[in-house]
Design a protein around this ligand. Structure first.
Ligand code: FAD
Length: 283
């Protein structure tokens, strides 16, 4: 029996569906994943053109079903007034947890697109604390393999610490397939005197092309041996899933055994892979 994630801070991430069929499909996914009893579900904002109302509506529906839910909130391209309105609504609805991010400018942005009144996530966190005190539990992003735009790992670490100094309570990492990068990052954070929980973000492996695309965008490294294996399976999706389960569940076991305070699953609105990893961890 490995360290059960049930005893830890286990959370599940969705993106807000953009079609009525997607909404229906997410309900089914959610019903399956709710059986794993995560501490909370989180719902992304902004990525892939999703809207604030999509995030809010999904979060409210999850809460109506009796589960805790956290909207993601990004600040790039936004004004203080816009963010104040969103925060007021979340507070009025009793939402107590946020995942606060800078977000990314749309690719190819240029003339006519304003990056808004915030440059970095720490400014958003300062704003949330100034506006709402300690109402929200604030999660922020962390990058064990360094954020792709950072000048160096050292500067990225300082920028992470700045988010905690600005009022973040805990962190969720970008996904990775190298547990040592996580352990080293946590060590560096602790050495800097910062004790916030840092929950590893876990991306199940189910589709090689999609994973490569995402990883190129967000700077997550797929180790060469994993790439080679995945490529060797070609169109054999069952083999890819079986191998992905072995690799990711094995890494999760190592992370939990090594002291990770929980796991945050990037589900891409699919239930099967996360459920399979979970079952492996609790077997
Ligand atoms: P920041 O912490 O602001 O960092 C961005 C970059 O700027 C880093 O390179 C950092 O080193 C540097 N930096 C930070 N502060 C300073 C400073 N004061 N001076 C100089 N440099 C600085 N994106 C979405 O659009 N919607 C989502 O819902 C979403 N959810 C996410 C959830 C998680 C758990 C994670 C890990 C990422 C998520 N993202 C999401 C992606 C995220 O928005 C991008 O990775 C974005 O590029 C950085 O956001 P951040 O909050 O980490 O930014």
């Amino acid at each position: 029996m490995t360290t059960s994630p049930a005893a830890k801070n286990f959370s599940i991430e969705f993106f807000p569906p953009r079609t009525p069929e997607g909404v229906e499909k997410l309900r089914v996914t959610r019903a399956k994943l709710a059986q794993l009893h995560p501490a909370y579900f989180s719902v992304t904002f902004g990525a892939g053109g999703s809207t604030q109302s999509g995030t809010r509506d999904t979060v409210l529906e999850i809460r109506q079903e009796g589960h805790d839910a956290a909207p993601h909130l990004s600040c790039i391209g936004r004004t203080r007034d816009e963010l104040r309105t969103i925060l007021d609504e979340y507070r009025a609805r009793g939402i107590k947890r946020l995942v606060a991010l800078r977000g990314d400018l749309p690719s190819g942005y240029g003339a006519g697109f304003s990056s808004g009144e915030f440059r970095y996530a720490n400014e958003l966190i300062e704003f949330i604390r100034a506006e709402t005190g300690n109402w929200f539990h604030i999660e922020v992003a962390a990058y064990p393999e360094m954020h792709p735009q950072a000048k160096s790992p050292q500067e990225d670490l300082q920028n992470f610490l700045r988010k905690v100094q600005s009022g973040a309570d805990s962190a969720i990492t970008q996904y990775f397939y190298n547990a040592d990068a996580y352990f080293r990052f946590v060590e560096d954070v602790r050495a800097a005197g910062c004790g916030v929980p840092i929950v590893p973000g876990i991306m199940p492996i189910t589709n090689y092309m999609q994973l490569t695309r995402f990883s190129d965008m967000c700077g997550a490294e797929i180790p060469r041996w994993i790439r080679l294996k995945l490529a060797s399976y070609g169109d054999d999706t069952e083999a890819i899933k079986a191998f992905g389960l072995e690799v990711v569940a094995g890494m999760c076991e190592r992370l939990l055994a090594g002291g990770a305070p929980g796991l945050h699953f990037y589900t891409l609105n699919q239930a099967a892979a996360t459920t399979a990893i979970w079952q492996r961890l609790t077997a």
